[in-house]
Write a protein that binds this ligand. Structure first.
Ligand code: BGC
Length: 755
């Protein structure tokens, strides 16, 4: 067991936290989560924890928040406003140890060593704890937890316990903790329990198996029932006890589904091969993922660690085998935003998947296909056509943004995003198109992607209203900058709406003989297409006198506040200025026009990009974790590598050091996806062209080189950049074009090009 409990030695591949500081527990727990896109387990202590804990969401922000999440397990608890919540499963890792009948506790006796290591390479959390109890008994414990990347229904916990001196009576209890789950228990047997959700009738099954060796000999449990095991033994002095526990989880999406069968089958798969084989398969699966997705920065170990940390959590948040779930804003690492899905997935996280794990990207987009019904209903309800995606989405695609939240003073504040933050509908279409461009997955386009593009274009065409000035307007929205509500003609929204319609209009030619069927099924006539084209041609896109676009109508008349005078502030600008003054000012919460430059770089020449970036960047408060990565991407493309690197580092700190104080609710998946984009799409300048890829590196001097993997239309490529020189190797797939610094090259299978 010792080998499995030994973390990867290389500091580039691990995160370490030593000591114990209760005030930092909840953000460390998020950061050190293990997840596989189906199960997510926060890094809370499993041993020596009382049954009560404190939640970051409630009165105290410093407590531990042990949680195991199951992707897609949403229920609507009896709360106000009634929105779906990602429900926790049972905490399957609990252990209690008694030494001569005294409970081993962290808070009594002497803490000698505590170290948690997140092994990024092997996808594991390993913990070492040395403690002397008040009676002078010394314990050394090493634990490991993982959820399998090879077989997503399975989790494993290993524990090795050494106790000194000889002759100590040990009582070792392992159990599943159900406190505060909020699910109704249907059955519990020795190795299996089944629960159901109260409102939506979903079901959850968890099966468990555990075993123990003491001094290398199997020990039979003294008691075993209800997913609890109890062993007793007397220590021999220099020996050790070794414990393993499997969990196997099944989710049932309706009251008739049988999750117990799935959980039991998974448990049999794991138990029949044993934990060593489960670990080996998991490690192999992670190796394959790293081979496809690793990014390494030469000369900047901190940047490599930040990118690997980002890639680790991105991989842990996705599941290529489940097209009915997507990634919540905090993945499966915390309760923040209740597990809801935002544009974070399509705009910030998806490029990583599209370029390095297209199977996962496809599943994420299929979630949007499967939630089209909800989007159609939302559009119809508001009096528009086509499909309007929910700003916050859970399992059905219905709008799940709460109508109000309690403000700092405890009074309810209306949340208008659910009704007004409509750019999400263009963001989904954008992601579909980008996936199609990068992967060339025609089957996806035919089966699902085209329908998403057409229904979202149909929505936008109905949403653009032609007015007396002869132009099309989109009134009453919120753009990415949520500090300004009920605004008209947000440039980001209008540009992206027009872009969506234009891509939909490309489809008839693109789909050829498949077009008539699809058009008939969706009742799209030539007359309707002509109306879409007219709407796209008429829509206002950031009226401007010079190169600088207006973020929305009336923007240039707002108060221009120098936010640099508030540098170092501990609170959001909204709290500094107050809601009303902020809304009357130019201060933005996050990248808005800058996000538009990030998404459609080809739509603006370099001078216009520069002018808009220089105008808007100083007005941005970066009060969202999504903001700096977008600024970094644009700055990197503009060649301002010093500024881009500053934004990159500040963004990396958001979860690595909890610099913004928000990691307790989970890591910020959008920021992590953004970091990958800054490195690969920004500094390396990766771009997709009609017949291949292009690289235009603009590395900062602090990064003498970088390496990464990417895919393009079924080809697997390895890229190495040194200074201004790029080298590309075609590992798998047919010959293709690679354009390096503007010059096309022909790359043959197994070959390499460099320039
Ligand atoms: C940001 C949104 C984001 C959401 C979830 C909000 O604070 O303004 O852009 O989608 O958080 O991360």
């Amino acid at each position: 067991m010792w080998q499995a409990l030994e973390p990867t030695a290389s500091p580039d591949w691990r995160l370490d936290e030593t000591g114990y500081d209760q005030a930092r527990e909840s953000d460390i727990e998020s950061r050190f989560t293990v997840a596989n896109g189906f199960i997510g387990v926060r890094a809370a202590r499993s041993i020596s924890r009382s049954p009560m804990w404190l939640s970051w969401t409630h009165t105290v922000s410093s407590g531990s928040w042990p949680r195991t999440y199951v992707a897609g397990l949403f229920d609507i608890p009896d709360i106000d406003p009634p929105v779906p919540v990602l429900m926790p499963a049972a905490d399957w890792l609990r252990v209690q140890i008694h030494l001569n009948d005294n409970a081993l506790q962290l808070r009594t006796g002497e803490l000698i060593l505590q170290r948690r290591t997140l092994d990024l390479r092997r996808g594991m959390m390993i913990k070492e704890w040395h403690h002397r109890d008040p009676a002078g008994i010394l314990v050394r414990i090493r634990t490991m937890r993982m959820v399998s990347q090879a077989d997503r229904a399975i989790g494993l916990q290993l524990l090795r316990l050494e106790v000194e001196p000889a002759g100590v009576d040990v009582r070792f209890e392992a159990f599943f903790d159900q406190a505060l789950m909020g699910l109704d228990q249907e059955t519990i047997e020795a190795d299996l329990a089944v629960w159901s959700t109260q409102d939506t009738g979903k079901r959850l099954a968890m099966a468990g198996a555990a075993g123990m060796l003491v001094d290398d000999r199997p020990l039979t449990p003294a008691e075993h029932d209800h997913l609890q095991w109890r062993w007793r033994y007397r220590t021999s002095g220099d020996g050790a006890a070794e414990f393993y526990r499997f969990v196997a989880i099944g989710r049932g999406d309706s009251a008739h589904a049988d999750p117990a069968g799935a959980a039991q089958a998974a448990l049999i798969r794991a138990s029949s091969v044993g934990w060593r084989a489960v670990v080996a398969a998991h490690e192999d699966a992670w190796m394959a993922r790293w081979a496809a997705s690793d990014v390494e920065i030469e000369g900047d170990a901190a940047a490599t660690q930040a990118l690997r940390f980002a890639v680790y959590h991105l991989i842990g948040s996705a599941n290529p085998d489940d097209p009915h779930v997507s990634i919540g804003a905090r993945g499966l690492t915390g309760d923040g935003y209740l597990g809801h899905v935002f544009w974070d997935t399509e705009i910030y996280a998806l490029p990583f998947f599209t370029y390095t794990w297209p199977e996962a990207a496809r599943a994420l987009l299929m979630y949007r296909f499967h939630t089209l019904a909800g989007a159609r209903a939302k559009a119809a309800q508001a009096g528009w056509q086509g499909a309007m995606y929910a700003w916050e989405s859970a399992d059905t695609g219905a709008e799940t943004t709460p109508d109000f939240l309690n403000g700092a003073d405890g009074k309810p504040v209306a949340v208008l995003c659910g009704a007004q933050e409509q750019h999400i509908t263009a963001d989904v279409a954008y992601a579909v198109w980008q996936y199609w461009q990068v992967t060339g997955d025609r089957a996806f386009l035919l089966d699902a992607g085209a329908e998403i593009l057409l229904e979202t274009a149909r929505f936008w065409a109905s949403r653009i209203v032609s007015e007396a000035d002869g132009r099309g307007h989109i009134r009453g929205v919120i753009g990415p900058d949520e500090y300004h509500e009920t605004i008209d003609d947000n440039a980001y929204t209008n540009w992206m709406a027009r872009w969506t319609i234009q891509r939909a209009l490309d489809l008839p030619a693109l789909l050829g003989r498949h077009w008539p069927n699809l058009a008939t099924r969706l009742a799209i006539t030539d007359a309707e297409l002509a109306r879409w084209a007219a709407a796209a041609a008429s829509v206002v896109t950031g009226d401007r006198a010079g190169p600088v676009m207006a973020q929305f109508e009336g923007f240039f008349a707002l108060e221009d506040i120098d936010i640099s005078q508030y540098d170092g502030r501990a609170v959001a600008m909204a709290d500094v200025l107050g809601r009303e003054r902020m809304q009357r000012s130019m201060v933005s919460k996050q990248a808005d026009i800058v996000a538009l430059l990030g998404l459609l770089p080809e739509a603006f020449n370099a001078a216009d990009q520069r002018a808009n970036f220089d105008y808007y960047a100083p007005k941005c408060a970066h009060d969202s974790s999504l903001s700096r990565v977008m600024h970094a991407l644009v700055a990197a493309r503009l060649g301002d590598s010093a500024l881009a690197l500053r934004y990159f580092r500040d963004s990396a700190a958001i979860d690595l050091t909890d610099s913004a104080g928000g990691s307790a609710g989970g890591v910020h998946i959008a920021t992590l996806g953004g970091l990958w984009q800054v490195a690969v799409l920004g500094f390396a300048g990766l771009q997709v062209l009609a017949d291949g890829i292009a690289l235009t590196p603009r590395l900062p001097p602090e990064w003498p080189g970088m390496r990464f993997s990417t895919q393009w239309q079924g080809r697997h490529l390895k890229v190495r950049i040194t200074g201004d020189t790029s080298e590309v190797i075609l590992l798998r797939g047919a010959a293709m074009h690679v354009t390096l610094c503007g010059k096309p090259h022909w790359l043959t299978p197994g070959g390499r090009v460099s320039a």
